[in-house]
Design a protein around this ligand. Structure first.
Ligand code: HEC
Ligand code: HEC
Ligand code: HEC
Ligand code: HEC
Length: 438
């Protein structure tokens, strides 16, 4: 063969090869990101109403196993605020939330102030991939996380806003975070130069976040969560803005196509609800049993304490004492589900959990109120006195002394328990007609 012809063939092959690899490079890569944020202490849903019966760690863990089966390379991230700090019992709950989340293998979790409710040491007992860019002592939380799944690198950043710091009011500079955003801007740009898909999470609103940094090196911005429902994603310039929903009721999923620079070419967003038909993750059974055993032990200890404190007379009587004078009201009440509310707790194995007992009994944690099913059997369930107030004085005076809540608005009586999270469909008029007994 002629040398020239050979050369032509070689050149032709080379050109064909490079154009081929050009084409391969130009095909966008698929990336799946599953995200959550603001669990806000909801280890499990209460199950008080069907409409609100979504979420919980047990179902989330199952769902993630299923999603990873379909998509082994998915990225799993959270914008933080996992814990609860409303009652003294929330410390135990928070400890188990951390352990439960640890079993799901999150890739990165942004820190929010609420996560520091029990201090830095508390959250660091359980190894989780917390991230804060502007934490002053870098050896405590890494400033960023570079995560690789398949061919894709994701660079994860979290900005913990100094203006909401609980340490802000203290004299001197006690803030654990710094407020200069220049370095964040540079780090984002650097990550983009390295062709990573960049994610920035914060609990700022979109408006506030756009003032924080220029968004062009941010592929995904996760903003302050919405209440319960995920927000609709929006694209601003090159940046996709995501807003998680709170209380762990759902997961968000975004399927991206990214080019060779890690820039988003197209995206599709889905919300994954976590209803009752999702099974509890079997690998978390021991975790859940241990949690309940600890809640129960703490409750039993408190029962002993309360027994000692409450040797005096109780202002509560129980419904039986009302029956003789209010026959009709008693009859209507005894047929209502209020009269069975404690059975519901027994059915779901939660009759020892103070977070449930409080609305399913009479006067729990009030002087002379419900203590436990044996000592205060007459105060089980939702009774007359749950709504009308402690009735002993009224009974003793043969009805001359009015009941404690007589001056209350009717609706206020109900919303002691029919709160949004526990009774999302509550409307006074429709609910009252079902239990009216005037
Ligand atoms: C703030 C008060 C409150 C607390 C706390 C509470 N509940 Fe309820 N629960 C309610 C109310 C109100 C209803 C009725 C809701 C409705 O019908 O709108 C209810 C109903 C229920 C039902 C019946 C659901 C059905 O479909 O029949 C169950 C089961 C239940 N709760 C379990 C729990 C458990 C378990 C906990 C603790 C994790 C708990 N509740 C904590 C107020 C409460
Ligand atoms: C779930 C809450 C609830 C329960 C339980 C309940 N009540 Fe009532 N009850 C109300 C409300 C609300 C009204 C209406 C008050 C009003 O009209 O201002 C009412 C009205 C009454 C009235 C009439 C008051 C009037 O002004 O004429 C009587 C008597 C009464 N209840 C007795 C009872 C007795 C006895 C029981 C138990 C056997 C009971 N109630 C259980 C909420 C409750
Ligand atoms: C010995 C009889 C008697 C007993 C027992 C009794 N009541 Fe009454 N109750 C009355 C009388 C009398 C009135 C006043 C009726 C009126 O003015 O129309 C009254 C009025 C009420 C009212 C409306 C006025 C107010 O004070 O709010 C409520 C609610 C009520 N009772 C609830 C209860 C509850 C709850 C119990 C049990 C803890 C109870 N009663 C036990 C006799 C009794
Ligand atoms: C002490 C807490 C408490 C208060 C106060 C309370 N509820 Fe309830 N309510 C419950 C619980 C718990 C249930 C669930 C009972 C069950 O399903 O076993 C419930 C269930 C109900 C139901 C559905 C059950 C049925 O019998 O149809 C209605 C309706 C209702 N409540 C109306 C009211 C109204 C109206 C008020 C105020 C006048 C009120 N409740 C005040 C705790 C409360």
């Amino acid at each position: 063969m002629n040398k020239t012809i050979l050369l032509v063939i070689v050149i032709f092959l080379l050109v064909a090869l490079t154009s081929c690899s050009d084409k391969a490079q130009a095909t966008p890569t698929a990336v799946t990101i599953v995200y959550s944020g603001n669990l806000d202490g909801e280890l499990e849903p209460c199950g008080c109403s069907e409409a609100g019966d979504l979420g919980g760690i047990l179902r989330r863990a199952s769902k993630l196993v299923e999603l990873r089966k379909q998509q082994p390379e998915l990225f799993l991230i959270s914008s933080g605020s996992l814990l609860a700090n409303a009652s003294p019992r929330d410390r135990l709950k928070s400890e188990y939330i951390l352990k439960g989340i640890a079993a799901m293998n999150y890739d990165a979790i942004g820190l929010q102030w609420r996560d520091l409710s029990y201090g830095v040491d508390f959250i660091n007992i359980t190894p989780l991939p917390w991230t804060v860019f502007n934490w002053k002592k870098n050896n405590i939380f890494p400033p960023q996380r570079n995560i690789r799944h398949g061919d894709v690198e994701l660079a994860f950043f979290t900005w913990l806003e100094p203006e909401n710091s609980p340490f802000r009011q203290m004299k001197g500079d006690h803030s654990p975070v710094q407020g200069n955003t220049d370095q964040l801007q540079k780090a984002l740009q650097q990550a983009k130069q390295n062709r990573a898909v960049t994610v920035l999470t914060t609990s700022l609103t979109l408006d506030q976040a756009t003032k924080l940094v220029a968004l062009n090196p941010v592929d995904i911005l996760v903003i302050k969560s919405a209440y319960e429902e995920y927000g609709k994603p929006v694209q601003q310039g090159k940046t996709l803005i995501l807003q998680p929903g709170s209380r762990g009721m759902r997961l968000g999923r975004v399927d991206l196509k990214v080019d060779e620079k890690g820039n988003i070419v197209s995206w599709q967003h889905d919300i994954i609800p976590l209803p009752e038909n999702i099974p509890d993750a079997p690998f978390l059974k021991a975790w859940y049993d241990e949690y309940n055993a600890k809640v129960k032990a703490a409750y039993l200890a408190s029962v002993e304490q309360r027994k000692l404190q409450q040797s005096g007379q109780s202002p509560y009587t129980g419904s039986e004492a009302c029956q003789s004078c209010h026959e009709k009201a008693y009859e209507i009440w005894s047929k209502s589900l209020h009269a069975r509310a404690f059975e519901r707790l027994e059915e779901v194995g939660k009759s020892f959990d103070p977070d449930c007992i409080v609305c399913h009994t009479v006067g729990f944690e009030q002087p002379g109120g419900y203590i436990d099913a044996r000592l205060t059997m007459h105060l089980l369930n939702v009774q007359c006195e749950s709504c009308h107030g402690a009735g002993k004085a009224h009974v003793d005076s043969q009805g001359k002394e009015s009941t404690p809540n007589a001056a209350w608005q009717k609706e206020k009586i109900c919303t002691q328990c029919h709160t949004q999270p526990h009774s999302p469909e509550f409307h006074f008029d429709s609910y009252w007609t079902r239990i009216a007994h005037e």
